[in-house]
Write a protein that binds this ligand. Sequence first.
Ligand SMILES: Cc1cc2nc3c(=O)[nH]c(=O)nc-3n(C[C@H](O)[C@H](O)[C@H](O)COP(=O)(O)OP(=O)(O)OC[C@H]3O[C@@H](n4cnc5c(N)ncnc54)[C@H](O)[C@@H]3O)c2cc1C
Length: 530
Amino acid sequence: MRRWNGWGDDTILYPLPRNASSYIADKIGKASPLPEATLDEVLLSVPPSRLPEHPLVIQSPEERARHCRGQSIPDWLAFKSGNIDAFPDGIAYPSTTDEVQSLLSYAEKAGAGIIPYGGGTSVVGHITPEKGDRPVLTIDMSRMNRLVSLDEESRLATFLAGAAGPDLEAQLRAKGYTLGHFPQSFEFSTLGGWIATRSSGQQSLRYGRIEQLFAGGLLASPAGLLKAPAFPASAAGPDLREIILGSEGRLGIVTEATVRVTRLPEQERFHMVFFPHWQEALDSVREAVQEGIPLSMLRLGSALETETQLVLAGHERVISLLEKLLTWRGAGKNKCMLLFGVTGTRAFYRNTLRKALHIFRRGRGIHVGSYGGRKWAESRFLIPYLRNTLWDEGYAVDTLETATDWQNVNRMAEEIESALHGALDAEAGPILVLTHLSHLYPQGSSIYITVIFRTAQTYEQTLARWEALKTAASEAIVKNRGTISHQHGVGIDHAPYLAVEKGHLGIAAIKAMCHEFDPHGLMNPGKLVR
Ligand SMILES: Cc1cc2nc3c(=O)[nH]c(=O)nc-3n(C[C@H](O)[C@H](O)[C@H](O)COP(=O)(O)OP(=O)(O)OC[C@H]3O[C@@H](n4cnc5c(N)ncnc54)[C@H](O)[C@@H]3O)c2cc1C
């Protein structure tokens, strides 16, 4: 069963390797876990529902508690402390677009706010109910998970939009296809959620972000049904798909989506290269994307991220041997690890690997083969389970991300890192800031940062620590001309910074669009734009 107050399936544990606990304690100090509320205690605090009865709406306290927050740090602190200030009043599980439309009419009559719910994996407060007098209906899309049609000639697959990653891929794989969209939240996040948040998968370099994969679909809104037709390309004015992408549940509910699919690859491997220094690594990966080397993934870690990854990998003896070998070959303390994917037919695979290694070796990269990459691929969706393990040791893990042009990447990363290091007082102690680049473009790159900090003595103080970190990082991002989000979206947490990149006219245009689709302001109020 899904954990109600943490990440993932509650039968899956991801223990820290023996040396990793002491490594983290050496870096940022020992920590002690906060006491946690039980589910039974939380259920006692769920108030009576304010929604009228409806055959598709479940009002049980447990359903409402399980849907009340997502996966951000404020969400975790609310779940773990049991201090939850708003619950949805009911949860509906529609199976068809007609049922979604009838739920929208029901909510409108009841004057209820509506939260579309995919997998609940948002990390920026997308699915938090508004506090206040009006009831809230959360519409969970998980029953709408079916492949509706597959057009093999055009390589288009139409799904009901509640399909979660594993369901969607299994239905395609059975017919020899893949969508290739693998966000790290793949296990639970859904097609509709990916579209509504403009998500990016780990192999977006080959398959594209969801914007490139989403060919068209259906949006059920309070004002009616919007159909965005799936054309290969079109010059017929503004593209309706772009209105739906990133709409964060503010315009309506994506009930059906047509996506561009690819034949399953003949061969796929992930390789590892270690560079002696960051700058050589950065120049090499930039050259690889700008020269159009058709890799399926590039993930370059900073020196500290690399060191930490190697500790978290466990296998102390093997890693120690590897490090000795790398030091002997010139990649010592400052080494940076690059993981890259090659995917395609056998001939394409050989050719692409050869071209990529040529560039990386010129940058003094040391290729260590694909064993480490295989291990990474095996555990790629298990890594988020470390959040649970670290929480139990008294540490909170947050992630933040942006994207900027190549000429600004180093400065941006340094400014965010230094803002984070300066954000907390001495009592909170040092923090661990781990940076990597994982979505690379000819123009620039995303910058993804994981922050590990000690929880405080109380939940309020821990939230204050997170707020200080988040504010410092967000201010550094917008000050240095980065986007406030490359892949997580806006939700509540990024909304205060959106106007910097959209401008007043842009924000007014987005609000006008919300009003057109949702004249009474029922759809996911408080998210994206206020
Ligand atoms: C451990 C972890 C790893 C992650 N890794 C990545 C990553 O690699 N790449 C990435 O891009 N993101 C990542 N995320 C963020 C998150 O998974 C994405 O934002 C994802 O797209 C959310 O999908 P979901 O189905 O869970 O949506 P939810 O969290 O349920 O909802 C997110 C937003 O989408 C709206 N929404 C959901 N379904 C619909 C629908 N059918 N119609 C209209 N609106 C809808 C909701 O109202 C809400 O505003 C990660 C999150 C976690 C916790």
